[in-house]
Design a protein around this ligand. Structure first.
Ligand code: NIG
Ligand code: FE
Length: 417
């Protein structure tokens, strides 16, 4: 594949960009990208690529060629935090919250996550796969080329495994337009069978589930929250997961300030996510330990909570990623365009920072920055081509999709009209 006459805009590197570096994007006007076997072979000014292009055209008769006509070409977006496998929906809870109910009070009454657990246990694996594919196709049209998918609506070994199998089937599916990375989130809530016996449920996860799912999930996540899994329970579970070779992620300081950010730093997690109520010490600790702060503006928006302090993180020299948190409860949205607009308008991130956050830093948040997240020689050929040369369109056209073409592994997977 050759993409010619593109305005290439990309962060650079094989690890997360931190602090000021988040706003330093490389821009190549009248650029060109040459792809061989799904990998980027050349990226740079088209003027310097004439010989290589001629050579490439000679030994490839079925060459696919895109004239970008000056449009912006970015790395494919990485949505590094989603719960896209689930049974049922929870529109009634949304209405209760509109009337003043809170997310946690609904959960404590046995609704919330437990309600989706009941529905997911009753849904077949085939059905879970089909439902998730619907979301994946929509994500692809918004430029997402890699997505993280969590389990966590089973809360028993059998259903957690069903979810992880569904994720694997989706990942391996022929023609799938998105790379899928899986995370085991058995500690998403204490299931009703273990109500009041959190330690016993943590034991079950450590003894039975973590070893059983080691080959099925890259990362292990936990909802570290007051009245869910408190700090000591989270530390015990995550340490066991780390010892077994899982990479760690945490839902941290989402509803109250509990110290999840500090725990993520202590354990060397890949990321701590949400962080709406993070302490200043937590921000500093994460910056120092190199833990990616994955911020989820759509969740704050939906729960009517204050936005996470993106500026504090960036100014402290931390790496920020943005993701959607798509799930049936706290945030039933997978909108990349709205995430970008909210991050710019309310979290005071610059447009350049949001691009880094959705590409290279998202890749780092799932441990894949060596392979994806930037347009550089040797990386996977995952791109998003906007419908204009100007990246400012991303937040400016609020909540609207500005993606013209999504390219995954050197293959056009979505062409928007
Ligand atoms: O990231 N807070 C924990 N987990 C999800 C919500 C899951 C749900 O409500 O179904 C979140 O907000
Ligand atoms: Fe989440």
């Amino acid at each position: 594949m050759i993409i010619d006459h593109a305005t290439i805009v990309t962060p650079c590197g094989h690890s997360a960009c931190k602090g000021d570096a988040m706003s330093r994007l490389t821009t190549i006007k009248d650029g060109c990208v040459i792809v061989r076997d799904g990998l980027i072979e050349y990226v740079g000014p088209r003027a310097d690529a004439q010989d290589l292009m001629a050579e490439y055209k000679k030994d490839k008769s079925d060459i696919s060629f895109i004239d970008a006509e000056g449009r912006a070409l970015l790395p494919g977006f990485v949505d590094s935090h989603t719960h896209l496998i689930f049974g049922g929906f929870r529109p009634d809870e949304f209405e209760w919250r509109l009337k003043g109910d809170t997310y946690m009070s609904i959960m404590q009454r046995g609704g919330g996550i437990q309600s989706t657990v009941n529905a997911t246990r009753a849904t077949s694996e085939d059905e879970l796969v089909n439902r998730a594919q619907w979301f994946l196709d929509r994500m692809s049209s918004m430029g997402v080329t890699t997505v993280e998918a969590k389990s966590g609506y089973g809360l028993d070994a059998e259903t957690e495994e069903k979810m992880l199998r569904a994720i694997r089937r989706l990942a391996d599916k022929d023609g799938q337009p998105i790379r899928i990375v899986s995370t085991f989130l058995g500690a998403h809530a204490v299931p009703k069978e273990y109500a009041g016996h959190t330690d016993e449920y943590v034991d079950l996860i450590i003894k039975e589930m973590l070893p059983r799912f080691r080959e099925m999930a890259d990362c292990c996540d936990i909802f570290c929250e007051k009245n869910v899994f408190e700090i000591e329970e989270s530390r015990r579970l995550l340490k066991a997961a780390k010892d077994m070779g899982y990479k760690l992620k945490l839902h941290a300081d989402e509803i109250v300030q509990l110290g999840g950010a500090e725990l993520a730093a202590e354990l060397g997690a890949l990321s701590a996510d949400h962080l709406l109520h993070v302490s200043d010490a937590g921000v500093e600790a994460m910056a120092k330990a190199g833990v990616v702060a994955t911020l989820l503006p759509l969740t704050a928006f939906t729960l009517k909570e204050p936005y996470a302090p993106a500026r504090k993180f960036i100014d402290a020299g931390a790496a920020v990623a943005l993701a959607t948190d798509l799930n049936p409860g706290s945030c039933f949205s997978g909108s990349i365009p709205l995430s970008i607009a909210l991050a710019c308008i309310y979290m005071k991130m610059s447009i350049e920072e949001t691009i880094t956050a959705l590409t290279l830093n998202g890749a780092a948040a799932i441990g894949r920055a060596d392979e994806i997240g930037s347009i550089e020689k040797g990386k996977r050929a995952d791109f998003v081509m906007l419908n204009t040369d100007n990246i400012n369109i991303l937040p400016y056209y609020v909540g609207m999709n500005c993606v013209k073409t999504t390219i995954f592994g050197g293959r056009v997977v979505c062409e928007n009209p």
